[in-house]
Design a protein around this ligand. Structure first.
Ligand SMILES: NC(=O)c1ccc[n+]([C@@H]2O[C@H](COP(=O)([O-])OP(=O)(O)OC[C@H]3O[C@@H](n4cnc5c(N)ncnc54)[C@H](O)[C@@H]3O)[C@@H](O)[C@H]2O)c1
Length: 259
């Protein structure tokens, strides 16, 4: 019960890693706002949490829409109280080199991944300041640290989130709000499965993903969620402005030796 007395909002929580974070938070005693585009999908996650004895509320909302975000935050507050943990996890990943990305897809990527985090931060920080207590965690990515092919727009937003984390941590450090980011490597998740399904040689590519990580495999959702539990908890009381690389060593990897 490392998150007892925490009220947490997790965006993009209907599936994948966000779902895993919401479930782990509830297992650790947090009351969780499960936010995603469709309320019915959020409700399925809430039902899973309730069945396991946890507490949660489904919040159908679009993080790119200010009113929608504010409504979701108000509903969570009315149900459980002021939010003291925010996980900005919702994201989209248009593929292609930068000249191949359609301007509409580029704008959507910035709107969800970066502006969405901004709007959620803006909605919860006043209460965190009033309580002088809060933990904000941005879901970044190894692609925000090192170049990986074919996902430039997405990578740009993840680099921006790491910079946003550092800037925000200095603004709020003395006011009780900690701000950190987590940069996973490739994670065995629906996003990965969707990406592989679009490729011509998915099995070969999956092996390449495993081999690319120094640890020899991609990560699991639980391996990412456990770092979020730590950063949300009071165990991380001296941790702010950090970017946690949960990537099997990928961000630190040097050049591959040539055979
Ligand atoms: N899967 C990976 O290998 C991997 C690696 C590094 C980082 N990440 C990051 O982890 C996070 C979760 O990734 P995932 O693999 O679970 O992705 P996913 O696509 O399975 O989940 C993303 C969720 O965000 C939601 N979402 C999208 N737009 C939204 C909006 N406008 N408003 C509200 N919700 C919205 C989607 O409906 C979906 O449920 C993302 O930030 C992603 O960039 C994933």
């Amino acid at each position: 019960m490392r998150l007892q007395n925490k009220i947490a909002l997790v965006t993009g929580a209907a599936r994948g890693i966000g779902h895993g974070i919401a479930v782990c938070f509830a297992q650790e005693g947090a009351k969780v706002g499960v936010l995603d585009l469709h309320e019915s999908a959020c409700q399925k996650v809430v039902d899973e949490i309730l069945a396991a004895g946890g507490q949660a509320i489904a919040l159908g909302a679009d993080v790119t829409d200010e009113q929608s975000v504010n409504r979701a935050v108000s509903r969570l507050k009315e149900r459980f109280g002021s939010i003291n943990v925010l996980v900005n996890n919702a994201a989209v990943m248009p593929s292609g080199r930068i000249h191949e990305v359609h301007p509409d897809d580029f704008d959507r990527c910035i709107a969800v991944n970066l502006r969405g985090a901004y709007l959620c931060n803006r909605a919860v920080i006043p209460d965190m300041l009033a309580m002088r207590q809060g933990s904000i965690i941005h879901m970044a990515s190894v692609t925000g640290i090192r170049g990986l092919p074919g996902i430039a727009a997405y990578s740009a937003t993840k680099g921006a989130l790491i910079a946003l984390t550092r800037a925000m941590s200095t603004d709020y450090a003395r006011l009780g709000i900690r701000v950190n980011s987590v940069s996973p490597g490739t994670i065995d998740s629906p996003m990965l499965h969707d990406f592989l399904a679009e490729q011509s040689r998915p099995e070969y590519l999956r092996q390449q993903f495993d081999a690319m990580h120094p640890i020899g495999r991609v990560g699991t959702i639980e391996e990412v969620a456990s770092v979020f539990v730590f950063l949300a908890s009071d165990e991380a009381s001296f941790v702010t402005g950090s970017n946690y690389e949960v990537d099997g060593g990928l961000a630190s990897k040097g050049e591959q030796p040539q055979d």
